[in-house]
Write a protein that binds this ligand. Structure first.
Ligand SMILES: Nc1ncnc2c1ncn2[C@@H]1O[C@H](COP(=O)(O)OS(=O)(=O)O)[C@@H](OP(=O)(O)O)[C@H]1O
Ligand SMILES: Nc1ncnc2c1ncn2[C@@H]1O[C@H](COP(=O)(O)OP(=O)(O)O)[C@@H](O)[C@H]1O
Length: 184
């Protein structure tokens, strides 16, 4: 039972993956579907979090760690009060992802890691925000999966091959996982 005493059990679902992998798209669509079923859902999107929660942080290893653990803290807080939290955030380092998992475990709050496993070539082709082009042009450095680390999740609860299936298929697979775990 959540700390609020509400019957609904919250959870955090962290979608990790490269820029343009499809994390935000899948999270937004899943959130819309879950909300339609009457659940309380929040999406903690990487871009929004950086603007409002982690303003001033950059993309060094230390800053990413701070960003990811801050988002993990807020996610657990919401989830512990019955909210289903989707966090589409790159989180490229295993250590930070594990810190978030441990924080949830310590509070008994369900936590799932979903790897949106779109290969870097496909992400670079999509290049939603033009980051891959900027990196190639030498206008940006430290891009996850290109000239900065992206440590592959070793044992995620689910791997979504977002380059091999449609957004709808990915969302359906995610919702099936949540149903199977008794989360949604
Ligand atoms: N150097 C570099 N490397 C990676 N990402 C970069 C960089 N510069 C800007 N961005 C954009 O910042 C968006 C938010 O990143 P995150 O907060 O999810 O990153 S992290 O988890 O702290 O590593 C992230 O959003 P998404 O593209 O939606 O993943 C990127 O578009
Ligand atoms: N199967 C798919 N799953 C997710 N996104 C897809 C897929 N096919 C194409 N896309 C497109 O790829 C882009 C992914 O962008 P976004 O969701 O912002 O990525 P991220 O949040 O990982 O940076 C979107 O424009 C989306 O419409």
């Amino acid at each position: 039972m959540s700390r609020s005493g509400a019957e609904e059990r919250g959870a955090t679902i962290w979608l990790t993956g490269l820029p343009s992998a499809g994390k935000s798209t899948i999270a937004a669509s899943a959130a819309w579907r879950i909300r339609a079923s009457g659940r309380r859902v929040e999406v903690l999107d990487g871009d929004d979090m950086r603007r409002f929660l982690s303003g001033g942080l950059g993309f060094s290893r230390a800053d990413r760690h701070t960003n990811v653990t801050r988002i993990g803290f807020v996610a657990e807080l919401l989830a512990s009060h019955g909210v289903l939290v989707l966090a589409p955030v790159i989180a490229p380092h295993a250590e930070a992802r594990e810190a978030v998992r441990r924080h949830h475990e310590a509070s008994g709050t369900p936590y799932l890691e979903v790897h949106v496993a779109t290969p870097v070539e496909v992400c670079a082709g999509r290049d939603v925000k033009g980051l891959y082009a900027k990196q190639a042009a030498g206008e940006l450095t430290g891009l996850s999966g290109v000239d900065d680390a992206y440590e592959l999740p070793a044992d995620p609860d689910m791997r979504i091959e977002a380059h091999r299936q449609s957004v709808d298929e990915s969302v359906r697979a995610l919702l099936d996982l949540l149903k199977g775990k008794g989360i949604a």
